[in-house]
Design a protein around this ligand. Structure first.
Ligand code: B16
Ligand code: MG
Length: 224
């Protein structure tokens, strides 16, 4: 009797993009704003320190920054500091141009959609909607989840699971693009595939790592 092996095919039917550091270099603006806050508090914040802040919510990032500086603060003081950092971040965002979107990103999104792959945005940032509007890409996504819609920030999988649910695609058929270690962990915890954008040393847990988002070739989708 012939034995027919029923092999499960895990096709990627949705791509979920992080925002800061994946579609645009706002990750650098976050760093400059945190660095300014640290300097004002009397200590230095290095790019290496900044890796811990990527993908993490504003208040959690502040806790890490204060810990790095050995500073304790009341809840009210924390609120004031977080608002200050956010105002500095928004000074950069206000001057943002649509051309700041990373080269090739719009093309990649278009190619995915042409192949019938759904496209989602999952950003921990409460400023995400403003940023995508300034970039003129607010209508490119089939689902958007930002920092105002979640309780647990990355590395918790909530943001990606909610995006997948809105897209109507099961997690195993989703591919996440992430520049943060916390984001890669969140994608894996959600049971999704993940492309790391940045350094393979930092993002070694991702299924594949590219230096820039647009370096990802859609022919790779079938191999993941
Ligand atoms: P906000 P992402 C994240 O965005 C950033 O990586 C992280 O550095 C930032 O602290 C977080 O958003 C919250 O941002 O203060 O604007 O609410 O990378 O998930 O798109
Ligand atoms: Mg990011």
């Amino acid at each position: 009797m012939r034995h027919i092996e029923n092999k499960k095919l895990n096709l990627i039917r949705a791509c979920i993009f992080d925002l800061d550091g994946v579609l645009v270099d706002t990750a650098h603006y976050h760093f400059l704003a945190w660095k300014r806050l640290a300097n004002e508090l009397g200590f230095e914040l290095t790019p290496a320190d900044n890796e811990q802040l990527k993908g993490v919510s504003r208040m959690q990032s502040l806790d890490i920054v204060l810990q790095l500086g050995g500073i304790t603060a009341t809840e009210h003081e924390k609120e004031v500091l977080a608002n200050k950092k956010n105002a500095w971040f928004n000074d950069f965002v206000d001057r943002m141009m649509p051309e700041e979107i990373f080269p090739g990103v719009k093309q990649l999104i278009r190619e995915l959609k042409a192949k019938g792959v759904k496209v989602g945005l999952a950003s921990s940032s409460k400023n995400a909607k403003t940023v995508i509007q300034l970039l003129g890409i607010q209508n490119e996504f089939d689902a958007i989840v930002d920092g105002t819609m979640i309780v647990n920030s990355k590395p918790h999988p909530e943001i990606f699971l909610l995006t997948a649910e809105k897209l109507g695609i099961v997690p195993e058929e989703c591919l996440v693009f992430e520049d943060a270690e916390a984001g890669v962990e969140a994608a894996l915890a959600a049971g999704m595939k993940c492309v790391g954008v940045g350094s393979p040393l930092q993002l070694n847990r991702a299924h594949e790592v590219v230096a820039k988002t647009a370096d990802f070739k859609i022919t790779e989708l079938a191999k993941l």
